[in-house]
Design a protein around this ligand. Structure first.
Ligand SMILES: [Mn+2]
Length: 394
């Protein structure tokens, strides 16, 4: 809103805010580029340009990491960073179109275009957040259960190191092992805000824990849940779920459409998760819906995790996904919802189901990247992540 007294636009106010942020990392990057990439040819007047591209520019050049952040090859050092992008290239849990194993690479590729500076968000992510790309988890493409074990162990390593995990799938079966890597380290209940067209809450799908099942398992071990006895004889009987992820703190937003929710609905009904359909969101508005979701997810909880399925955005904008469902969120609604959710802080986030083989012009990968950026930027502005105070000069 323009300032009611002066008429000054938010954009102009934000420009002043951004001016106070030191450009130290920007300058360090130039120095480093010249050192490693050598001096440019003599005809190039701008002497900050190097001979070999070693920094952000040109966006289409260079070796691609997420936002061209440092590749944290020695994963023991991931705790040196405030946030870490973690690729989980796994799509064995898909029940229709595969391809989400290429999601992390798709998101990295298009992310190169962003330099982390946002006027509307009044945030300079490059300067205000120490971010790395932790590379990909070694998934076992032929085995869901071994992959789950790999993922939980890897996510647990990143989380306990202190870096905020930005988990990029991969299909939505990862929701369970991702939380299994985080929730046991939280001393209290964990709320989950799940944005999706599909309810993803059945126990098994085609006899395996596919991408239609993550919330069944996540909320399964809670004392409020009656365990189905049949599972005691199943091969996964040793894995009962997560005791501090109660179904009452699971908020499922954007559920609608005509595919895949039959069996999960029964579980949601029994366990009492909160289900906001697309019509609910339409009626409450993005803001009202996000506020309700925050109340429910945070009730008696210590932390909240955001699970964002890219198919929650209408396939007209996000066609590159495994189970598209027309009538989804508009990108601007999705960004508003995730920004409002991120304001209260998160213990981690996942963006799943980006399938670049079905994408057009990298649109879907770009939306996934934007969801991550909007969440990170908001958390930095709210002081939940990064080091704003350290780099702001008054
Ligand atoms: Mn979905």
């Amino acid at each position: 809103m323009p300032d009611p007294k002066t008429g000054e636009f938010r954009g102009n106010r934000n420009l002043k805010r951004l001016q106070k942020i030191s450009q130290k990392k920007q300058q360090e990057e130039i120095k480093r580029s010249l050192e490693l990439g050598l001096e440019a040819a003599e005809s190039v007047n701008d002497r900050t340009i190097s001979l070999f591209s070693r920094g952000h520019q040109p966006a289409f050049a260079g070796i691609n990491t997420f936002l061209k952040a440092t590749y944290c090859e020695d994963i023991r050092k991931v705790g040196d960073y405030e946030a870490a992008f973690v690729g989980i290239p796994f799509d064995t849990g898909t029940t229709y179109r595969p391809g989400a194993r290429f999601g992390p690479q798709g998101v990295r590729r298009i992310s190169a275009v962003y330099d982390g500076y946002s006027i509307d968000g009044a945030v300079d992510l490059f300067e205000e957040l120490d971010l790395c790309d932790a590379g990909d988890i070694f998934v076992i493409p032929g085995n869901i259960e071994k992959t789950f074990d790999q993922v939980s162990k890897a996510v647990s390593h990143v989380f306990t190191s202190g870096a905020f995990p930005i988990l990029c799938g991969g299909d939505h079966s990862l929701g369970y092992p991702n939380l299994r890597g985080i929730a046991p380290h939280i001393d209290g209940n964990v709320g989950i805000i799940h944005i999706d067209r599909h309810i993803d809450m059945q126990d098994m799908d085609m006899d395996e824990r596919m991408h239609t099942t993550p919330w069944f398992w996540t909320t399964n071990a809670h004392e409020s849940v009656e365990l189905p006895t049949s599972h005691r004889d199943h091969s996964h009987m040793h894995d009962v779920g997560l005791a501090n992820c109660p179904p009452k703190n699971l908020v499922q937003m954007g559920i609608s459409g005509w595919y895949g929710s039959r069996r999960g609905s029964e579980v949601a009904r029994e366990r009492g998760s909160s289900v906001l359909t697309m019509t609910d969101i339409e009626e409450l508005g993005a803001k009202g819906a996000a506020e309700r979701a925050l109340e429910l997810a945070w009730k008696d909880a210590k932390a909240v995790f955001l699970s964002f399925d890219i198919d929650s955005i209408d396939p007209g904008f996000a066609p590159g996904t495994g189970t598209p469902e027309p009538g989804g969120l508009l990108p601007r609604e999705a960004f508003e919802i995730v920004r409002l959710i991120a304001r209260e802080g998160l213990c981690g986030m996942e963006v799943v189901e980006v399938s670049p083989p079905y994408d057009v012009n990298d649109n879907t990968s770009q939306l996934a990247c934007r969801v991550m950026l909007d969440v990170l930027g908001t958390m930095v502005v709210e002081g939940k992540l990064g080091h704003r105070a350290k780099v702001t000069q008054d």
